[in-house]
Design a protein around this ligand. Structure first.
Ligand code: HEC
Length: 77
C-alpha cells in the first residue's frame, strides 16, 4: 500500500467510502470514494486542494497531521 493510500485509510475513508462507518453518512459524500488506488487517482487535484486548504477532513475529525498534508501537497500521482 502506498503512503497516500495509507493516509486516505487513516483520515478519509471513514466518510469517503461506498459504505461509510462515520455516523450519519449513508454513502460517499460528494460522490467521492477514496478506498482504492483507482478512486484516489480519479481525483488527485481535488484531494490536494481540499487537504491544502484544510477543508478536509471535515472539522479535522480524523486528526490529519500537517506532515500528512505536506506529503499530499508534494505527492506526484
Ligand atoms: C467526517 C466525514 C469526512 C471526512 C473524514 C472527510 N470528508 Fe471529504 N467530504 C465530506 C463531506 C460531507 C463532503 C461534502 C461537502 C460539500 O460538498 O461541501 C466532502 C467532500 C469532499 C471532496 C469534494 C470537494 C469538492 O469541492 O467537491 C473531496 C475531494 C474530499 N471531501 C476529500 C476528502 C479527503 C482527501 C479526506 C481525508 C483527508 C476527507 N475528504 C475526509 C466528509 C468528510
Amino acid at each position: 500500500m502506498t503512503r497516500v493510500q495509507q493516509i486516505m485509510n487513516d483520515r478519509c475513508i471513514q466518510c469517503h467510502a461506498a459504505k461509510p462507518t462515520y455516523p450519519g453518512f449513508a454513502s460517499a459524500p460528494a460522490g467521492i470514494a477514496l478506498e482504492t488506488p483507482a478512486d484516489i487517482l480519479a481525483n488527485p487535484a481535488l484531494i490536494k486542494q481540499v487537504t491544502a486548504n484544510k477543508y478536509m477532513p471535515l472539522g479535522n475529525v480524523t486528526k490529519m497531521t500537517d506532515e500528512e498534508r505536506e506529503f499530499i501537497a508534494i505527492w506526484t500521482p
